[in-house]
Design a protein around this ligand. Sequence first.
Ligand code: FAD
Length: 631
Amino acid sequence: MPSEITMPQLSDTMTEGTVVKWHKKEGDKVKAGEEIAEVETDKAVMPMESFESGTLAVIAIPEGGKAPVGAVLGVIATGSEKVEDVKKGFKPGSGSAGKTEEAPKKAEEPKADAKKVESSSTEPAKPQAEAEKPKAAPQSTTPTPSKSHAIKSSPGKYQFDIVVIGGGPAGYAAAIRAGQLKKRVLCIEKENLGGTCLNWGCIPTKALLEDGNFVRKMRTEASHRGITFDNLQVDFSKIVGRSRGIAEKLSKGIAHLFKKYEVKSEFGTAKVLGPHKVSVTTKDGTKEITGDHIIIAVGAKTTPLPGVKFDGKKVITSREAMNLPTQPKKLAIIGAGAIGCEFADFYNSLGTEVTVIEMQDHLLPNEDEDVSILLERSFAKRGIDVRIKTKTDKVETTETGVKITLSGGKAGVVEADAVLVAIGVTGNADDVADPKSGLELFKGRVKVTPDFRSNLENVYSVGDCISLHWPEQSGMGGYRHPDLAHVAHHEAVQIVEMIAGHDVHGLDYKQIPGCTYTHPQVASMGYTEKKARETGREIRVGKFPFSVSGRALAAGESEGFVKLIFDAKYGELLGVHMIGEHVTELISELVMARKLEATESEIIEAIHPHPTLSEAVMEAAGVAAGRAIHL
Ligand SMILES: Cc1cc2nc3c(=O)[nH]c(=O)nc-3n(C[C@H](O)[C@H](O)[C@H](O)COP(=O)(O)OP(=O)(O)OC[C@H]3O[C@@H](n4cnc5c(N)ncnc54)[C@H](O)[C@@H]3O)c2cc1C
């Protein structure tokens, strides 16, 4: 079937673009993934790559020609089609370019950028990735998953317009947005409003980390600043108590917002029985509730180590680790992702002997290598026993604690009061799907399309409990979903706005910022240097150390750097990698820069206030361009 190359939507405001250059002429062979043209928007010149292999049969818009978003720029003859037939069948301006007269009906499916997915039939929604493959896209952006979706609603037919299962950042954000949009909405939560994030994740851990850092600074840095004191005492239970208090306060805040936006809530365990039907079990029994739309937002739980059971005391999850009755003298942590590293930081700050065990090559293995290496050095300097490239062979509980046998990098036996297992999370979707519902799952997660639809009519899922099952995500390592509160939040708002009939923009999963609140902190977005090089693009890397930042020196926080990766040809920001104090705040500048498609020179030319840590961002871009002043 001929494959159309259409003018992509490169930014939210773009309505048309200019074809600056064709790298191929009619009759040339093209390979899938090959750069075939360059398109200019009001902001930048962007390369376009072909999604299909074949022969470029038609150039519909020549170099210098303007075309609206979605217009056909060219057609590729694929498979056994003859180039002449494709050319003959092409009707300029018809909007269905590339069809030959004999082309099968399937060629008339809507184009990626003019999507209208009807769910009005009783048939399960067809996975969009199957139905609509984008034909060409700029190399730099993930294909926008959703836009202008028609969703069938039946106002008044069911008890609620929207039933949300789960009251975490995905569920509560969905419920609040639905309330704001005047939907009759019910949120069912089996534990506490705020979910993992507010009660057992993001927030309570940050409270602990702040207190740990405070103690560490008093112990190790105060005297350098001329501050001395006697007999510093730390009350562990007060530190834990403060953290729990903040969690409780924020959970109550969600209840207040529910009231404000007229969101009804029910405390109980929900199950999806099928389209429009949910059961809720409370201590008073089980009842059925109907909703026009159902949003599943049930989150995830800690993945256990194979063959090792959690006992809540010696083999623990992050939940117990943030609420221990007494401070352990020795703590082992298996898994050095964000959660493992944050607990290592906290307990080390309070004086616990900490061992971190990581099977992969580095701490925070998904981060840029330069960042991970610096964190390893920093942890080692603080006395944390960092065991990378080390495999956990056995975990045994003993009378006094645990005994862990290790092989590989730093093999041996580690004994500790307890072991925190932090090797990842598994979706909670198994528990929410009634076996008769027919809800399709993948490894404990709800299988969804790019617009978060499950296989059941008007049943959607967002947040930590979903599995990304569309081909465009293969670049991020298959089905991996970034299990982060801000991702859950944005997915939730998006699906509710779609239900309400709003035009929405997809999430670019390649540009999700991620933060780790260790000391030094870590923040990143986009390609690591290694991944950027693997794409084959020519890149420029700029790295600016905080050791030459006046503000960082004045604050006594000069460890770390800002590293920015740009496309050498277009100055496009491809990757951001930062380590140092407050970088979890600095990253937002670059999130915005990326969203507004700011280039290297625009970052350099934006006036950053002095003295601030943010100057390191400007200077890192300057280093990449050979224009840095302070290095
Ligand atoms: C220790 C730790 C630290 C973290 N730190 C960060 C961080 O700094 N930044 C960040 O972005 N992310 C962080 N995360 C991840 C973040 O907490 C999650 O990505 C986020 O909470 C996901 O939101 P969610 O709404 O999808 O799921 P959850 O927050 O898990 O909420 C799901 C809710 O559904 C409820 N539920 C489950 N099943 C049912 C059912 N059958 N019926 C009714 N209710 C049900 C649960 O009780 C829960 O309240 C951290 C996680 C942990 C564990």
